[in-house]
Design a binder for this molecule. Structure first.
Ligand code: DOR
Ligand code: ZN
Length: 363
């Protein structure tokens, strides 16, 4: 048995078991209704908290909307699951600074989400002119409330593979210069430029990284046929970017933390001529991450990425309970899809056998 700086590793020649603080998911889509009911347990069994995205139809815009949505989530939480949804508000050009502040002070709302209008799923009500939301952002800076940013420009002239890098240059850097106290999370970074920008910044900037962007590059979507279940936004980039993300996630650097962006869509909405963006990874996320960190000889830093760096950024205590992950000799059989009352949702397939399994809370 060996203790590392961040997690207890048991086993000698082969590391078989790792015990870490219960993780949090700092970027999650839970949806609503039948899909919410079906997907929530995949997160609430393994995760203590999650930042819940507000891009419902209609979006979660006000503190009252967030309260109602939180109640709907808690009403379908399986008995005995210890899970806290951390609510976000969907920023619009009509968002009231007073409502945002009231929700934050109340403890109900943790962050605000900026979607550039048209950037992704259900983002039509997002922001077209950033100047229109300066009063909200200034208020958030004053009260220390984080802004979660979908960092892609929507300019049709910009190639989809360049939209993140151009966003940093055109929108994020000017915004942070204008309001330096604003605490910003670059959500689901997918590029070397994103990694470098986060590294170059101070304490007011963090970045989430998804499980799938550590595993796939754009070939998964496009080589040998179009595979819609690997399509998400920001779209996976070329290999050099995946390697930069892996290096960042496994480095232990406090600015990088897990946000799965697990985003369920019903299969018919992905398997069609114009399929939705989103990868549903919640059921396999921790097992896949253990695989990735083991490959990078970084199992001792898994806990920093999943359970320590996020709470530090959000100024919340890390979870006290632990989970134990065990490496099995035989691959573990995960479901290929889950059934919801509205139809099936395909689970992320990492294209390698998964040997790690999460055991019940290790106390
Ligand atoms: O792939 C994605 N899916 N990216 C997003 O930004 C939104 C999400 C969704 O809601 O499906
Ligand atoms: Zn998302």
């Amino acid at each position: 048995m060996a203790d590392t700086a961040s997690g207890k590793i048991e086993g000698n020649a082969i590391l078989k078991t790792i015990t870490i603080r219960r993780p949090d998911d700092w970027h999650l889509h839970l949806r609503d209704g039948a899909v919410l009911k079906a997907v929530l347990p995949a997160t609430s069994t393994d995760f203590a908290r999650a930042i819940v995205m507000p891009n419902l139809v209609p979006p979660v815009v006000t503190t009252a909307d967030a309260r109602a949505y939180r109640n709907r989530i808690l009403s379908v939480l399986p008995q005995g699951h210890d899970f806290t949804p951390l609510m976000t508000l969907y920023l619009t050009e009509g968002t009231s600074p007073d409502d945002v502040e009231a929700g934050f002070r109340d403890g109900l709302v943790t962050a605000v989400k900026l979607y550039p209008a048209g950037a992704t799923t259900n983002s039509q009500s997002g922001v077209r002119d950033i100047a229109k939301v300066y009063p909200v952002l200034e208020r958030m800076a004053a009260i220390g409330m984080p802004l979660c940013v979908h960092g892609e420009v929507t300019d049709p002239a910009i190639d989809i593979f360049d939209r993140e890098a151009v966003f940093i240059e055109r929108v994020l850097e000017p915004l942070r210069r204008r309001i330096p106290e604003l605490r910003v999370v670059m959500e689901h970074i997918t590029t070397r430029e994103g990694v470098e920008y986060a590294r170059s910044a101070g304490d007011n900037l963090g970045a989430t990284i998804t499980t799938h962007h550590l595993i796939i590059n754009r070939n998964a979507i496009l080589a040998g046929g179009i595979r819609p279940h690997y399509y998400c936004l920001p779209v996976a980039k070329r290999e050099t970017h995946r390697l930069a993300l892996r290096e960042a996630a496994t480095s232990g650097d406090r600015r990088f933390f897990l946000g799965t962006d697990s985003a369920p869509h019903l299969d018919p909405l992905k398997e069609c001529a114009c399929g939705c963006a989103g990868i549903f990874s919640a059921p396999v996320t921790l097992s896949c991450l253990a695989h990735v960190f083991e490959e990078e000889n970084a199992l001792g830093r898994l806990e920093a990425f999943t359970s320590l760096n996020g709470p530090a950024f959000y100024r919340l205590p890390p979870n006290e309970k632990r989970v134990r992950l065990t490496r099995h000799d035989e691959p573990i059989a995960f479901p290929k899809s889950i059934a919801t009352g509205d139809g099936p949702v395909t689970v992320f397939d990492p294209m390698f056998p998964i040997h790690w399994n999460v055991e019940a809370s290790a106390g």
